[in-house]
Design a protein around this ligand. Structure first.
Ligand code: ZN
Length: 364
């Protein structure tokens, strides 16, 4: 629909010039309205405004035409032109307001913060399960008065083997296929050399209670149950009267703390070069309570660690008199404890850094 000019037509015959001018003005407004629909910026609108209402606009020509209009028609035609001019100004003003509104809306849409949108999740790190178990075991032993000791991962053959009653060519070395760096240096195969270092550092030969957590290395082909790298925690007590009964009491306490207060332990005779006598320590199965299940191989018992009374040769090698000193040592694999506690079926999961695995043990 073409909007018609709101002109109060006089109640008399329509003159020719009047009719012609009205058509002209209507098409002018129509043309403007079409152009306004395509305007996207205030700048374009201003250009359009000056085209229609500026000094050189079409209205100047129309005013010139007015001079040629007859005297009778002049007032009506003049009024028509003015009214058309006002309509055009009004349309442009309306277009300006609508354009400004659109710009505000666009700004609101693009710049506002929608507080109802879900926030970005922060990736919060947590301790690796191995670190968690180490801390758990450390806490248990610190509570018993032990001190945490650490040592180098590259060790000498002397501290890793010889001082621990494993002389060169000792058949027990076959138990620990080792990663040698040179003839005399290797990646430690257990944390026991930290015990040797601690014994030697203890110049006054005071009684001592230490635990040594750390990474150890063996020449193993990695599979579900073997890893070339794993973590050990060893404990050593040296005193004048530390007995196997003290060792058993300590083991029972630790087993209950780690696997539950209802646990019992049993000691089976075993062999380690650095302890004499040596024992393997089993704990009653925490899944079946000792009745027998697939977890414990239907025996009711699960092997958790090795222990024993410190071999006299180890004491002698470190300069301690076996007639005045005795002690006990125990060693556990941290991965084994984690595997048993959380039912993990592949030791490689600890080292492959799959976040899906690690995240399961967040905050444990
Ligand atoms: Zn069981």
């Amino acid at each position: 629909m073409v909007p018609r000019l709101s002109i109060n037509r006089p109640l008399r015959a329509v003159f020719f010039e009047e009719e012609k001018m009205e058509q002209k003005l209507i098409s002018l407004i129509k043309q403007l309205e079409t152009k306004l629909k395509e305007i996207e910026t205030i700048n374009d609108l201003n250009l359009l405004k000056s085209e229609y209402l500026g000094k050189k606009s079409v209205f100047n020509d129309l005013m010139k035409e007015l001079k040629n209009v007859s005297k009778e028609e002049k007032p009506t035609v003049g009024k028509m032109i003015n009214e058309a001019k006002q309509t055009i100004a009004k349309r442009i003003e309306e277009a300006k307001l609508s354009l400004e509104q659109k710009m505000v809306e666009h700004k609101i849409k693009t710049e506002t913060i929608d507080v109802t949108l879900p926030g970005k999740n922060m990736n919060i790190g947590s301790k690796h399960l191995i670190s968690q178990i180490i801390e758990e075991v450390e806490d248990i032993f610190i509570g018993l008065g032990y001190t945490v000791k650490e040592g180098p991962e590259i060790e000498t053959d002397l501290y890793n083997f010889e001082m621990l009653n494993l002389p060169k060519n000792h058949p027990a070395r076959d138990m620990q296929d080792s990663l040698y760096i040179s003839e005399e240096k290797l990646l430690r195969t257990h944390t026991s050399p930290v015990q040797v270092r601690s014994l030697l550092e203890n110049k006054n030969q005071e009684p001592m209670k230490i635990i040594c957590p750390g990474k150890v290395y063996r020449k193993d082909d990695d599979d579900q149950t073997h890893s070339h790298q794993f973590t050990q925690i060893e404990a050593l007590v040296i005193d004048h009267d530390a007995t196997l009964a003290d060792l058993k009491g300590t083991l029972l306490f630790v087993a209950k703390k780690l696997f539950g207060e209802d646990r019992e332990i049993r000691l089976r005779p075993s062999f380690f070069p650095f302890t004499e006598p040596s024992v393997e320590v089993d704990v009653t199965c925490y899944k079946c309570g000792g009745k027998g299940c697939s977890m414990c191989g239907y025996t009711g018992w699960i092997e958790i660690l090795g222990a024993g009374m410190v071999n006299n040769n180890v004491l002698k090698n470190a300069g301690y008199d076996p007639n005045k000193f005795q002690g006990f040592a125990l060693g556990m694999g941290v991965e084994r404890i984690a595997i048993l506690k959380y039912g993990i079926d592949d030791i490689r999961a600890f080292y492959t850094n799959d976040l899906r695995f690690n995240q399961q043990f967040r905050g444990k």
